[in-house]
Design a protein around this ligand. Structure first.
Ligand SMILES: [Zn+2]
Length: 352
């Protein structure tokens, strides 16, 4: 979850979306393919206008996007096939592979019918701790909390903090402040206790979002049996790995493979780093994913795939299909590759 290049995207996309510049740029920066990143795909998201709306796209938009990309020459392939194409370099036909993080139920009920229509495979990354309820979809819970309370009291290292949630502006600011508190000031493993305390004060059920929106194990087994679905690992507890010591980070990565293999009968070959941005995944995590035997690992860094990614299969960037930008022009611009160097200080080969 969570997109880090929002402002940049807005600036670039508004300027280039329909100008034709992106089409001209493609031979220079276009790359050989792209990994699309989804989260929720639903015509009925929990809070269509809320702070997490970037995590949901409409099934109709997914349909239009795949059709548009196919018309533009993209072939939709499995992640395994995408890795083979990378190894083949520039000669292969342009390809795309679809991924979805966190295993939302709507991937099965609303995305899959669209994917079936197009014969487009998807890799769904599962964090067993989210499915078992050992951890929460805290970003959704936080949204519920600031919506439910008028004021919130939080204990920070600098003393107690009172947050105003009585107005839309106050809720937005409080959400941002609490997000920082949970992801920067509080340790990953303390996050849940702090969240539950806030939820309790606001009268919010912290497990409601997971229960309402994530697949259960039966549904994941159903997904596994579908010919278009590959299940990947998303660590056990969806912790920001860089904030853990090395042994804990290793365990999160290795154990996810073990649990998914025990539950589903096949060991996942691919993984996605939780959050996937620079403060959550770096060179150490890439080495750990490699060491654990995964064939690939994806980040949330913004970028199209270049042939040289064949040497960086555990640090693959993606193109986020963002709920705030459900327009084909935006995706065309991003897929042209023109935003890749813009979002990465001039780099065309985006790794970590
Ligand atoms: Zn995730």
């Amino acid at each position: 979850m969570i997109d880090s290049v929002d402002t940049l995207r807005r600036l670039v996309l508004n300027g280039l979306g329909h100008s034709g510049v992106s089409r001209l740029a493609r031979p220079l920066v276009g790359g050989v393919g792209a990994i699309l990143m989804l989260h929720r795909v639903s015509a009925h998201p929990r809070k269509p206008h809320g702070v997490n709306r970037h995590l949901n796209i409409a099934p109709a938009f997914l349909d239009a996007l795949i059709a548009d990309m196919k018309a533009d020459g993209y072939e939709f392939v499995t992640l395994d096939e995408a890795l083979k194409r990378l190894a083949q370099g520039r000669g292969a036909r342009r390809f795309a592979t679809i991924t979805a993080d966190d295993a939302y139920r709507d991937n099965l009920t609303e995305a899959l019918p669209v994917l079936e229509k197009h014969g487009a495979p998807i890799t769904i990354y599962v964090a067993p701790g989210l499915i078992d309820g050992a951890v929460d979809l805290w970003w959704e819970v936080l949204e519920d909390i600031v919506n439910a309370a008028d004021t919130l009291a939080v204990n920070t290292a600098n003393g107690p903090l009172m947050l105003d949630c009585s107005t839309p502006e106050g809720r937005l600011a409080s959400n941002a402040r609490l997000q920082r508190h949970l992801t920067v000031e509080v340790g990953e493993q303390e996050q849940r206790a702090v969240l539950h305390e806030l939820a309790c004060a606001a009268g919010v059920d912290p497990q409601a979002p997971s229960r309402e929106t994530l697949m259960n194990w039966d549904e994941i087994a159903e997904a596994v049996a579908h010919p278009l679905v590959t299940i990947g690992a998303h660590t056990i507890h969806h912790y920001s790995l860089k904030r853990l010591d090395e042994e804990k980070a290793r365990r999160e990565i290795v154990e996810a493979g073990n649990v998914l293999e025990a539950r589903l009968g096949t060991r996942p070959r691919h993984m996605a780093y939780p959050y996937g941005y620079a403060s959550a995944v770096g060179a150490r995590e890439v080495d750990l994913a490699k060491e654990a035997g995964y064939a690939s690992a994806v980040t949330t860094r913004h970028g199209v795939l270049q042939p040289d990614h064949a040497k960086h299969l555990h640090a693959l960037p993606r193109i986020s299909v963002n709920g705030r930008y459900q327009e084909l022009g935006f995706l065309r611009t991003m897929l042209s590759g023109i935003t890749t160097p813009l979002a990465n200080r001039g780099r065309m080969l985006v790794t970590v």
